[in-house]
Design a protein around this ligand. Sequence first.
Ligand code: KIV
Length: 274
Amino acid sequence: MMNTGEGNIQAVLAKKASGEKITMLTAYDYPTALLLDQAGIDIVLVGDSLANVVLGLESTKEVGMVEMLHHAGAVARAVKNAMVVGDMPYCAYQPHPQAAVDNARQFIGAGCCAIKLEWFDGCAQTAKQIIDAGIPVMGHVGLTPQTAAQMKVQGKDAAAAKVILEEAKKLEAIGCFSIVLECIPMELAHLITLQLKIPTIGIGAGPYCDGQVLVSYDVLGLAARYSPKFSKKYVDLQPLMLEAFKQYKNEVTLGHFPDDGHSFHMPQDELKKL
Ligand code: KIV
């Protein structure tokens, strides 16, 4: 069944028109996605950051369609109101752009409303094929971790900034419904946001974008490795989780858990029959 998420797309476009900010966070599992939806987040991205954040891989390039679809299904089962966007992993379109439409369809089959794909040479053509197949596409320019030579701020000089602006304009022209701007100077993000009719969603791109996205594990203080300068920790769950695990170990070791309140009894007459 194809979930076009037309209502969600109209809602994010309306937010650009009215100036209300669009909120987007990543999710990789059912319980987190339930909470994002309850919090009223507009867009839930099943990001290929799954690779480093959840699966312990070195690069987003290492995650495949099987893993992405497995997590996309879990997130889509939880979300009732937000728009679920599936992030096309590197292998889904970069080495074989002709496979892109089929892979995008699989995300829709898993319950996503749209897919996101990072800029690469030939991106506009690939994105157009997916859009022509009836699947909404969110673009992604600036720092594109799947192909970036270095994880650093992009578009700091006029020539590089012009390239990013042109990429964003191309993606709008072929019909993308929104664009992620990752790790670029806020002045450039502002310019792109003013020049595009479709919403820009920033991550490390300053406050002038139409919306913002962060990796939920950074927001929750659960990043096992490095968190970029642009992310913000709204709660520090790591020490809380560590404390809970230590308490559990201690109670089991001492025989304090499970106690009577966490155990079951057998009727005495049944016990006597054993
Ligand atoms: O995979 C991801 O988490 C992303 C966001 C950084 C936008 O692409």
